[in-house]
Design a protein around this ligand. Structure first.
Ligand code: ADP
Ligand code: MG
Length: 294
């Protein structure tokens, strides 16, 4: 490509809110055959809200449970944590001091509040910590997941106290943006650390048939490599710290402009408007640029 045509292409893309960091990425974008989309914060808004607090035997005070959960999550920066803290604040519940706090990446959080030891997270975390989750609680969580919500288990002193679910709305134009990619003949794959049932429900809503769920943060890049081994030219789109290695490994990495700095620095292209339509826009500019060269 001539430097001139690339400059024109970069300018055109910028008008559409698509910031291209290097000319090579602009040229590779037109060759993308598979696009991996992170779920939380990429397809969805990344601003989950608490929708259900289902108390389990023993606990009968919803506010008390929510206050404890919020006290624990006050130490975490995860979007799920923020939703719990906000929901408690809306009810006027003030977080208490947490000690021995630990975030367990891709699983949840633990800590001590007062004389209670607390644990909050997914099924994997319950399994790893040997917490008994009876069939009824699993069924409640599965019901929530089938509604595209993310269920989490809250444990006080080793016993399950509640199943708390949050819902993260899908960006209003994600469905049409994904359809545009598919109409370009691109294989669209969703990637998430969230549980399988929730992932399946979200994928279905946005018209994606292929997805990887329950992927640990350190394994996201492996999914990019897997598709590359299938001879795909892989685009990866994400917003989180978790996504950074995958963004760097992909043939073209796209960061959501409202995402974390680490994601933006690891990507080749930034979608300033947060909309996934920036992907098809970038690919269209890339194709036009290459046509001008020939
Ligand atoms: P994502 O790819 O959706 O950003 P993560 O890998 O960060 O997912 O987390 C995967 C799962 O681990 C979450 O869906 C949740 O069940 C659990 N989890 C992670 N962090 C927390 C937290 N701070 N509180 C409760 N659960 C958490
Ligand atoms: Mg994300």
């Amino acid at each position: 490509a001539t430097p001139m045509s690339v400059m024109v292409g970069v300018g055109k893309a910028a008008e559409a809110g698509v910031l291209i960091r290097n000319g090579e990425a602009l040229q590779t974008a037109s060759k993308i055959t598979a696009m991996i989309l992170d779920k939380t914060g990429t397809i969805t808004l990344g601003a989950p809200k608490v929708t259900n607090i289902h108390l389990i035997n023993g606990s009968d005070d919803e506010d008390e449970v929510l206050q404890l959960a919020a006290s624990l999550e006050a130490g975490s920066e995860h979007p799920l944590a923020l939703s719990i803290v906000e929901s408690a604040a809306e009810r006027g519940l003030m977080p208490e001091k947490v000690e021995n706090f630990a975030a367990i990446s891709g699983h949840g959080v633990e800590g001590v509040v007062g004389d209670l030891s607390l644990l909050f997270g997914n099924e994997k975390l319950m399994h790893d910590k040997n917490i008994t989750v009876d069939a009824a609680a699993v069924e409640i969580a599965q019901q929530m997941a089938a509604e595209a919500k993310t269920p989490m288990y809250f444990v006080i002193d080793g016993s399950l106290a509640a199943v708390i679910a949050v819902a993260d709305p899908i960006k209003e134009d994600s469905i049409s943006a994904i359809k545009r990619l598919q109409q370009n003949g691109i294989r669209v794959v969703m990637l998430t650390g969230d549980n399988r049932a929730t992932a399946a429900a979200v994928a279905k809503k946005v018209g994606i048939t292929e997805f990887f769920a329950e992927v640990l943060p350190e394994d996201k890049a492996k999914k990019v490599a897997e598709l590359q081994k299938q001879n795909e030219t892989v685009g990866m789109t994400g917003d989180g710290i978790n996504d950074a290695p995958a963004l760097a490994l992909a043939d073209v990495g796209f960061a959501i402009g409202t995402g974390t700095d680490v994601a933006i620095e690891s990507a080749d292209i930034t979608l300033m408007r947060g909309s996934l339509h920036g992907l098809a826009d970038a690919i269209a500019v890339s194709k036009a640029t290459l046509r001008n060269i020939k």
